[in-house]
Design a protein around this ligand. Structure first.
Ligand SMILES: Cc1cc2nc3c(=O)[nH]c(=O)nc-3n(C[C@H](O)[C@H](O)[C@H](O)COP(=O)(O)OP(=O)(O)OC[C@H]3O[C@@H](n4cnc5c(N)ncnc54)[C@H](O)[C@@H]3O)c2cc1C
Length: 505
């Protein structure tokens, strides 16, 4: 989470750090009352805690585990480190695209997992108890739960608050498939203690986590089958995205069983190693060495006393919040995965910053999900921001097989789709290709600025770079608008007049 280090609560700094906002903080009236009690020490809780303490508030964070949450320990960081190792293996196997003899890499899976661990440890100090305490945050290493309005119980401690924040995150949902829970499957939580690569891996769920990890395990040498009940993997994305990623995964040797529901899982011990039998609704049955469940995540809202303080839950158990991240109890705010909207680390950080402003300073900064991008770290990457669907939108596209930077990689694949509204303003974008997660940064600021395509197309960029992909999509639109027969009809007489003038000189 270093890029979203809580020491840099990005969205907080812009408004709440003004001296006007600072003087509006109301110090707690009694010494024993906290300005802010935060339950949960993942990204949302960490950003809020450090932001609030940095502004001079009395803040306590309740977290039974090591601070850092899913992103650091079981999510972004370990998965992206694993994906990097897997990419190296893939590059060795496909070196022939560069005229180099390909080799089958010898993979020491335990060593790879050791490096995954190193990456987490490298970053962990940003979020450590010591760092938090140095920043003025009190940390209580207990589970927290509301016991009455204004009171959170954390072990032996009863914490009184002016304002509280629910930042308890989410955990993998295990679907009610007969035999699945009893088979003790792998999830994004327990996966990281594996030391042996499963030879045959079944992934249940072809969403973001299933595709990222499925591709990584396949590249590291597992034979991977992804089961997805929807007709396509990455089903919530546009068909051109899921089709491209699907065909790449298939080309790399993964088996994608789409439109297929897993109906049963059973396990049996073969000596010291278990085997799993996966049954599906198309009557098939396959045998694997490990099962990874990636069928979505469930918010952590049970057992934290929400009923005692009148906090309402919405569909799927998420904490219901208004545009200011305030729950049905006006003293309690919620942010991050527990509110179930765009569950990414940068969303949690954004929420954390907003909650400091809104809870402590009584500002009314509202959420705007149209300017929150996301990236999926398959290879090629997928990244998107804003509105990308709707009959009122116009799409301009550019294929990366025509993008010079992409051609020079030896594997030109991907596209940029830009979406404009009726006034011709950029409202959304999707990029698929190498470094798509980087290209989306510029597009996010353009969506935020409601830019015209000409501003994107005519900006000068270093050549050749991936950032030119979206620019070429914008230029295609400008070409279509300006390089027309009508333009030629108008310009030709002007040019001949100018030629005559030149020859008269
Ligand atoms: C495999 C995987 C890969 C991912 N990759 C990315 C990525 O590349 N980019 C990205 O942006 N996002 C990614 N995510 C999502 C990202 O990890 C989450 O969106 C982010 O961690 C949410 O932060 P949070 O603070 O809401 O919750 P969490 O990080 O889950 O933190 C919640 C904390 O609350 C604590 N807690 C729970 N109950 C209590 C209680 N009663 N009392 C006290 N503490 C409690 C937990 O111990 C935990 O530490 C990934 C997720 C997974 C699973």
């Amino acid at each position: 989470m270093s890029d979203l280090s809580p020491s840099e609560p990005s969205s907080l700094t812009s408004e709440a750090s003004t001296s006007e906002a600072f003087t509006r903080v109301e110090p707690s009236s009694e010494p024993g009352i906290y300005d802010l009690v935060i339950i949960g020490g993942g990204t949302a809780g960490l950003v809020a805690a450090q932001g609030a303490a940095g502004m001079g508030a009395k803040v306590v964070m309740v977290e039974p585990d090591r601070p850092g949450g899913d992103c650091l320990w079981t999510g972004c960081i370990p998965s992206k480190r694993l994906i990097a190792a897997a990419k190296a293996a893939h590059t060795m196997r496909t070196a022939d695209i560069h005229g180099i003899e390909p080799v089958e890499p010898k993979i020491d899976f335990a060593a790879v997992m050791g490096l995954v661990d190193n990456a987490r440890e490298h970053i962990a100090h940003h979020d450590s108890v010591e760092t938090l305490e140095n920043a003025g945050v009190e940390v209580v290493a207990e589970y927290g739960q509301f016991v009455a309005d204004g009171l959170v119980q954390a072990g032996e401690r009863t914490l009184k608050y002016r304002k509280a924040m629910i930042a308890t995150g989410a955990k993998p949902a295990i679907p009610p498939i007969p035999g699945l829970r009893e088979s003790d499957p792998l999830t994004s939580e327990n996966l990281w203690s594996l030391t042996t690569l499963p030879e045959r891996l079944a992934v249940i769920g072809g969403g973001v986590i299933g595709c990222e990890l499925g591709q990584a395990f396949s590249r590291l040498g597992s034979s991977v089958v992804i089961f997805e009940a929807e007709p396509k993997i990455l089903a919530s994305l546009a068909p051109n995205v899921s089709d491209l990623i699907g065909s790449r995964l298939r080309a790399e040797g993964l088996t994608l069983k789409t439109g297929v529901k897993v109906t049963s899982v059973s396990s049996k011990e073969l000596g010291s190693t278990p085997e799993y039998q996966i049954g599906t609704d198309d009557g098939e049955s396959i045998t694997v060495d490990a099962v990874l469940v990636a069928t979505g995540r469930r918010p952590n809202t049970t057992g934290i006393g929400l009923e005692s303080v009148g906090v309402t839950l919405g569909a799927g158990g998420v904490v219901e919040v208004n545009d200011y991240l305030q729950t049905s109890n006006s003293h309690i705010f919620a942010g991050g995965d527990v509110v179930g909207k765009m569950p990414f680390t940068h969303t949690a950080a954004y929420h954390g910053g907003l909650i400091v402003s809104n809870a402590l300073f009584k500002l009314r900064r509202s959420t705007n999900y149209d300017i929150i991008p996301f990236a999926i770290f398959t290879d090629p990457e997928v990244a998107s921001v804003g509105r990308t669907m709707g009959s009122d939108l116009t799409k301009n596209s550019f294929s990366y097989d025509q993008l010079d930077r992409s051609v020079t990689t030896g594997d030109p694949v991907g596209f940029a789709d830009l979406f404009t509204d009726r006034k011709g303003r950029l409202v959304g974008a999707t990029v698929v290709g190498e470094a798509a997660g980087e290209a989306i940064n510029e597009l996010t600021s353009r969506v935020k600025a409601k830019a015209k395509l000409s501003e994107i197309g005519l900006m000068i960029r270093p050549y050749p770079t991936f950032g030119e992909g979206p620019a070429r999509a914008a230029l295609e639109q400008l070409r279509a608008a300006y390089f027309t027969p009508r333009t030629k009809r108008v310009v030709r007489p002007v040019l001949s007049a100018l030629r005559r003038l030149d020859s008269a000189d």
